[in-house]
Design a binder for this molecule. Structure first.
Ligand code: PMP
Length: 440
C-alpha cells in the first residue's frame, strides 16, 4: 500500500509521474493548508490541491455531508430520473453566475464540462437553422482538458500534436501580449488588440461558420496569463456582432479564485456559457458543471415548443448524489464565510508577497490576479544551450523536499493558495519558494 515507506518494492502501476521511481512525491494525508507525505513530513499547499481545495483540505462539513449522503442515496440514474440534491446545487450555482445564466448541466469534471459546452454550442445553432456553424475558435496557450474536443481547441501544441489529428475546423487566436506587460500585477495595458484575431478568423472562414469561441478568462495551467484591459470585452463584441457563442472556461477561475464568484464578474464580461469544476465541490468529489443562458437551455432541452431539440447528452455520474452533497456543503460555506470577499481582500497581500520575488536573478516575469500567480524562471543551461523545463522540474522537486507543494508548467511556477489562507501561510509559501528558487 502507498502509505508504507518501502515504495521501491512496488512495481508502480499508476502512471501519475514517470519520474516516480527516482523521486516519489506522495501525499498521504491533508488538513487545511497542509499535506503530509508517506513519511509523515508536513508540506504547505501552495496550489489549493490543483486549484480545487478553495476552503483548504478535508473540511469536516464537506466530509460529513458526503459520508451521510452515501448512507442515504448513493446513486440515482441521471437521465430519466434525478435526485433532489441536483436541483438544490444547480440553484446554488445559478445564483452566483452572471445574470441570465440560470441553468446548469452537471458533469464529472472539467474536461467533460468542455465537451458538454461544445456540444451545446453545436445544438444551439442547429435549433436556429444554423447547422453549418461547426467551427470552434480557441486560443494558443489555452488548456481545456484532455478529451478530444478540449485538446483540439486547447492551445498546447505538444498536446495537440501527440495525437496527430484533432477536430477539423478549429482556429486558434494568438496569445503573445506577455512581453509588453512584464512584472505587472493585474491586467496590463498592452495587447487588447489581439482580440482582433477573432475578427481575422471570422473574415477568413465566414461569420456564419463559427459556433463558439472558448477562452479561459485567465489561462491558468499554462502559466497564469492575465488578459489585458479591454481584451475580453472586445471578444464579446465580436461574438455578438456575428452570432458566435462566447464560452468562458472557468474551471480554474471559478468560485472565488479571481476575487469574485467567476472571472466573468471580475472582468465585467458575461459569456453565454461557463464551464466549471474543481472548487465546485472543493475538490472533495469529482464534479464539473456547465452553466448556460436561459434561451440556450430552452433550445437544447426541448423546452421551446417549436423547433427545440432534446440534447442526447449526460454521463452516468452526472449529478451524482455524493458529488452534489459535497457541492452543496461547499457552496454553503462559501456563503456563510463570505469566502469570495475574503479572497478579494487577501489578493493584494498575496500579490505583494509574490511580486517581491522579482529581485531574484532567476525570475524573468511574474503575473498575477486574485489568488493566482505565475512566476517565470530563466531556463537552465546545459552545454551553453537552454534546456526548457529542467529548472521548473528541479524547483518542483526541491520545493517538495523543503515542504512546499507548487504547480510547475515548464519553467513557470504557479501559486494558487486556498482562498482561506492566512497571512502566515502566504509568508511560509513565498519564503520557501524564494529559498528554493534562489538555490536552483
Ligand atoms: N479547463 C481548464 C481551464 C482547466 O484548468 C482544466 C484542468 N486544469 C480543465 C479544463 C480540465 O479539467 P479536468 O482535469 O477536471 O478534466
Amino acid at each position: 500500500p502507498a502509505h508504507t515507506n518501502s515504495l521501491e518494492a512496488y512495481w508502480l502501476p499508476f502512471t501519475a509521474n514517470r519520474h516516480f521511481k527516482k523521486a516519489p512525491r506522495l501525499l498521504a494525508r491533508a488538513e487545511g493548508m497542509y499535506y503530509w507525505n508517506h513519511r509523515g513530513e508536513q508540506l504547505i499547499d501552495g496550489c489549493a490541491g490543483l486549484f480545487t481545495s478553495a476552503l483548504g483540505h478535508c473540511r469536516p462539513e464537506i466530509a460529513a455531508a458526503v459520508a451521510d449522503q452515501l448512507g442515504i442515496l448513493d446513486f440515482s440514474p441521471p437521465f430519466q430520473f434525478a435526485n433532489p440534491l441536483a436541483f438544490e446545487l444547480a440553484a446554488m450555482v445559478a445564483e452566483i453566475t452572471p445574470e441570465g445564466l440560470n441553468h446548469v448541466f452537471f458533469t464529472g469534471g472539467g474536461s467533460e464540462s468542455v465537451e458538454t459546452a461544445m456540444k451545446i454550442a453545436l445544438a444551439w445553432h442547429r435549433v436556429r437553422g444554423q447547422s453549418q456553424r461547426q467551427r470552434f475558435v480557441g486560443r494558443e496557450r489555452a488548456y481545456h482538458g484532455v478529451n478530444f474536443g478540449g485538446v483540439s481547441i486547447g492551445g498546447m501544441v505538444k498536446n495537440r500534436e501527440s495525437y496527430g489529428i484533432g477536430l477539423p475546423g478549429v482556429a486558434h487566436m494568438r496569445h503573445t501580449w506577455l512581453d509588453e506587460n512584464r512584472f505587472l500585477p493585474g491586467q496590463g495595458p498592452a495587447g487588447a488588440e489581439l482580440a482582433e484575431d477573432l475578427q481575422r478568423i471570422v473574415d477568413l472562414h465566414g461569420a456564419d461558420q463559427i459556433a463558439a469561441c472558448f477562452v479561459e478568462p485567465i489561462a491558468g495551467s499554462t502559466g497564469v496569463l492575465v488578459p489585458p484591459q479591454g481584451y475580453l470585452q472586445r471578444l464579446r463584441e465580436i461574438c455578438d456582432a456575428h452570432g458566435i457563442l462566447l464560452v468562458f472556461d472557468e474551471v480554474i477561475c471559478g468560485f472565488g479564485r479571481t476575487g469574485a464568484a467567476f472571472g466573468a464578474q471580475s472582468f465585467g464580461v458575461t459569456p453565454d456559457i461557463i464551464t466549471m469544476a474543481k472548487a465546485l465541490t472543493n475538490g472533495a468529489v469529482p464534479m464539473g458543471a456547465v452553466a448556460v443562458k436561459d434561451e440556450i437551455y430552452d433550445a437544447v432541452t426541448g423546452a421551446v415548443p417549436e423547433g427545440g431539440i432534446e440534447l442526447f447528452h449526460g454521463y452516468t455520474y452526472s449529478a451524482h448524489p455524493a458529488a452534489c452533497a459535497a457541492g452543496i456543503a461547499t457552496q454553503r460555506i462559501y456563503r456563510e464565510e463570505r469566502t469570495f470577499e475574503g479572497a478579494a481582500a487577501l489578493a493584494p497581500r498575496f500579490l505583494d508577497r509574490v511580486f517581491a520575488l522579482r529581485d531574484l536573478d532567476a525570475v524573468t516575469d511574474i503575473r498575477g490576479y486574485g489568488l493566482l500567480a505565475g512566476i517565470d524562471l530563466a531556463p537552465a543551461q546545459e552545454a551553453g544551450r537552454p534546456k526548457p523545463g529542467a529548472r521548473g522540474y528541479a524547483v518542483l522537486q526541491a520545493a517538495y523536499e523543503a515542504g512546499l507543494v507548487v504547480r510547475v508548467t515548464m519553467d513557470t511556477v504557479i501559486l494558487a493558495p486556498a482562498l482561506v489562507a492566512e497571512d502566515a501561510h502566504l509568508d511560509e509559501i513565498v519564503d520557501k519558494l524564494r529559498r528554493v528558487i534562489a538555490a536552483s
